[in-house]
Design a protein around this ligand. Sequence first.
Ligand code: SAM
Length: 293
Amino acid sequence: MSLTSPSYVRDLLAQHKIRLKKSLGQHFLVDANILKKIAAAAQLAPEDTVIEIGAGIGTLTQELAQCAGRVIAVEIDGRLIPLLQEHLRPYPNVVVVHQDFLQFDLRSVISERKLSIVGNLPYYVTAPIVEKLVEAHEILKSATLLVQHEVAEKLCAIPGSRDASAITIFVQSFADVQRLFSVSRHVFFPQPEVDSMLVRLQFCERPKFCAPEDIFFKVVRAAFNLRRKTLKQSLTCSPLLGLPMEIALEALERAQLDPKRRGETLSLEELDRLAQALATVLARRNCAAPRSR
Ligand code: SAM
């Protein structure tokens, strides 16, 4: 029987006395057409290694196994592992890993090519997963992720616009982000309360900023952590930076930015300009880098 039949999945879980956990974001895809569209959107080749985040009972994994050379299916819930292994038995190119993806060492995967990532993400942990992927950007080719609409809006927002947040800048500094298609809540079992969107992060060869990375991200976090504060206030009051006023003003002047502007309205290019200016001012004054990460 097919894993895309909700009644089959319901009976299978009942037979194994498994009650799905909302707290683990357990909403399985049960639409053959959507599964094929997601696997196609991941643009996998037979030479590719793909890591699936949250494999569940293997529904999407089976599709991925038919497109990629090797699939590493990571699943946190030990109760699902026997089912996952059973459903993937016909696919010798799949390895099942019982682990929290946040603990999974991406750099331990040996591959001649950069890795592809695919996941129908557990919603409760989307932000840390995306941060982990961005931190591993140099070994990743792309990430094709099914996320809540609201999260997709954030990831794809134009920096400086109302929807943008620190994660927008973080992701777009290393990847081109594309909204692919909407996925209705009706194609999941059990049905979640919100619709989803498939997004694709195509990682770039080089970051899109020139400033030293630690200073760039401190500036970004300061700008967004203290929303509705002026740039001058963000740079001096943020626990991440806590700059003396004269340094903050000199950096802002050098970057040709109005100290009264709000940090979250800056484009990626302006944030980079500010971080570069701050790096220069600190170096000229022979100051240590700001406080902490
Ligand atoms: N891939 C399946 C599908 O598309 O039907 C299941 C997707 S379901 C939205 C999310 C899956 O991620 C669940 O099976 C859940 O147990 C698993 N999961 C939740 N948190 C996880 C984590 N931190 N690491 C790995 N898997 C996780």
